[in-house]
Design a protein around this ligand. Sequence first.
Ligand code: TYD
Length: 337
Amino acid sequence: MSSPHWLVTGGLGFIGSAFVRLTLRDRPDVRVTVLDALTYAGNPANLAAVADDPRYRFVKGNICDRTAVDAAIGEGVDAIVNFAAETHVARSILEPEAFLHTDILGTHVLLEAVRRHAVGRYLQVSTDEVYGHVHSGSSRESDPLAPRSPYAASKAGGDLQVLAYWTTYGAPVLVTRGSNTYGPYQHPEKLIPLFVTHLLEGRTVPVYGDGLQVRDWLHVDDHARGIRHVLEHGVPGEVYNIGGGNSRTNREITQALLDQTGRSWETHVRHVTDRPGHDRRYSLDSAKVRALGWEPQVDFRAGLIDTVAWYRANEAWWRAIKGGEFDAYYARQYAGR
Ligand code: TYD
C-alpha cells in the first residue's frame, strides 16, 4: 500500500507551515504536497527546514485556479487541508474583495476537486470570528454564525459551502474553528508579532481603542495538532472548535510584551482610534474536540516567552518582511489614527 498523501493548501503561511513541519516530523509515513500562491502571507522561509525532505513537494498556485489545484493533486491525494485564506481583519476593511475570492471561491474550487478526484477527507481551517463577538459565555459549534467583518463574513461563507457539500453530495468534509493563534513564523501584521518586533526595534506599538478587547490565545503547535487530530479522528460533516483557553485583554498582552522587551507603557504605547466594528470578545467552547481526545499542551506564559525569544533570535526572518509592501501597508493602516 502506498503511503498517505496530504495536500496542504496555504502551507507556506503561519499555521499551515507549522502543520507541515509537525506532520513531517511526527508522521514518517505521510507525504505532503503544499499548494501556495506566494501572496504576501506565504513565505518560503517558513518551510526552508523541510525543503529537501523527499516526502515534501511544493506547487506554486492559487486555490481559485482549478488547473493549479489539479496539478497539486497529481495522481491523487488522500486528504486536503485548506489553510489558504486571506486572514487579516484590518486588511479586509481596506480591501474586502480579495477575501471573497480566496475564502469563498477558492474553497468552492477545492470542494469541486474533492468530488472530481474522490478525495477521502477535506478539512477546512476556519476561525472563531465567524460566531461574531460574544459578550459572555463561549461559542459552541451549534451557535448561529454572526460575522461582523468582511474577513469573518468571507470565512463564514466558506464554512457554509463546505457543510453544504456534506449535506448535498456527501463529501467527506470537516471544519475546525480556531481561536487567535500565536507563535513563531507569524506575519508581523498581527498583534503579537507586530508588537514584539516593534518593541525590539524600539518603536511604539498601536493599541486600538481602550485595549480591553478579549481574545482567547492558542499556541500554533497546539492549533496544528488540533487540526491533525480532527483530520484523523473527526466525524465527517462536523465542526470542531479549537480554543486555547487563555482569555486575555489586549492590554494584558501588551503589558506582558513590554515586560519581556524591557519597555514601558509610558514610552512605547500609542493609543490609536479603534477599528470599525471591532469585536469586543471571542471565547470558544472546545468541549467537543476535547471529547475527541485533543487538548492544548503549551502553557500560555511559557509559550509567550518562547515566542518573544524566537523573534529575538530570528530577526533576519521578520526584517525581510518589514519593509517594502509592509511599510506601505502599515502607513496606510495606521496613518492619521
Ligand atoms: P489580530 O492579531 O489582528 O487578530 P484579530 O483581529 O483577528 O483578533 O488582533 C488581535 C487583537 O489585537 C484585536 O483585538 C485587535 C488588536 N490589535 C491592536 O490593538 N493593535 C494592532 O496594531 C493590532 C494588529 C491588533
